[in-house]
Design a protein around this ligand. Structure first.
Ligand SMILES: Nc1ncnc2c1ncn2[C@@H]1O[C@H](COP(=O)(O)OP(=O)(O)O)[C@@H](O)[C@H]1O
Ligand SMILES: [Mg+2]
Length: 274
């Protein structure tokens, strides 16, 4: 069966998209032992850098541009571990917009370039996560068209609820305009500061507006999670075999989220069949 494909989005930068995409991919592969692919579609390549570091790679020889040039995404895959693969990005990928616009005159063809490359390799995986830049652009349009589900990173600060609303309405536009069938599966509150009243107010407001689509799992602001951007992701064990406590705390929320995504996916699938 083809992998379930998730875009982690929001048209704002610095809200936790890359953190969520990389942690979900890492834990899905390393803890849940599912065949997982992360596709980095952001020319800033933060996700590529952090995953390379996490698996001790000092450089990435293959990138998404190799897959585009060969018209075959198999040429772009870096194996990080038994279960985790990466399609890495590079600053060169900023030329994707030009490539799409010059190569395809039909608007509908312009948004499905990525989908057409990704579909043939979906059978290799159980889950695929796409990390995108914070822009309304060919990158985000192509990611939406290639995905089954959208996950929205929702930083619980003032104004960010507006960002979520904008993202949802743009997604509706994509559905109407291009027939993209994408379901918002989860709005993930992230970087919540426990003692900040404003954060909690914004979260309550989001729950009123979006109901259960807002995840019951909240990703708090954690120094360990911040640190992974620099050190790479770790999930170390003590000598007694238990997880090191700060790593465990950093990962636990994402494992809950993966279970939640499974349950929600099952619900969506069963309501389609009914
Ligand atoms: N839950 C968190 N706790 C602490 N720091 C976080 C958390 N989530 C993200 N960060 C940090 O916030 C910054 C922005 O996050 P990032 O995922 O890169 O955002 P985006 O991809 O939306 O631009 C990074 O420095 C990242 O390490
Ligand atoms: Mg990012």
């Amino acid at each position: 069966m083809a992998a379930r494909t998730f875009t982690v989005g929001n048209f704002k930068g610095g809200v936790g998209k890359t953190k969520i995409a990389t942690m979900l991919a890492y834990d899905n592969a390393e803890v849940r032992n599912e065949k997982t692919l992360l596709v980095d579609l952001d020319p800033q390549a933060n996700a590529s850098d952090v995953l390379a570091k996490s698996f001790g790679l000092s450089s990435l020889d293959k990138t998404i541009m190799d897959g585009i040039n060969a018209n075959d995404f198999n040429e772009a895959i870096t194996h990080l571990s038994d279960n985790l693969d990466l399609i890495a990005c590079t600053t060169n990928f900023s030329t994707f917009e030009k490539y799409v616009i010059q190569g395809f005159s039909d608007e509908a063809d312009q948004v499905t370039v990525l989908k057409n490359l990704l579909d043939p390799i979906k059978d290799k995986y159980q889950a695929i996560f796409l990390d995108v830049p914070p822009t309304i652009s060919v990158f985000s349009d192509n990611a939406m068209a290639a995905s089954d589900y959208s996950i929205i990173a929702f930083q619980t600060v003032d104004e960010s609820l507006q960002g979520v609303k904008k993202y949802v309405s743009y997604q509706n536009f994509m559905a109407q305009h291009y027939g993209v069938s994408l379901q918002v599966i989860d709005i993930i509150p992230c970087m919540l500061t426990s003692d900040d009243k404003l954060d909690h107010d914004v979260l309550s407001e989001a729950r009123e507006e979006f109901g259960d689509t807002v995840s019951s799992t909240v990703i708090k602001y954690q120094k360990r999670l911040k640190g992974y951007s620099r050190t790479g992701i770790t999930l170390n064990r003590n000598r007694n075999g238990n997880f090191e406590q700060w790593d465990y705390r950093a990962h636990a929320g994402f494992i809950d989220l993966l279970n939640e995504l499974d349950a929600r996916d099952e619900f969506v699938q069963s309501s389609k069949e009914a």
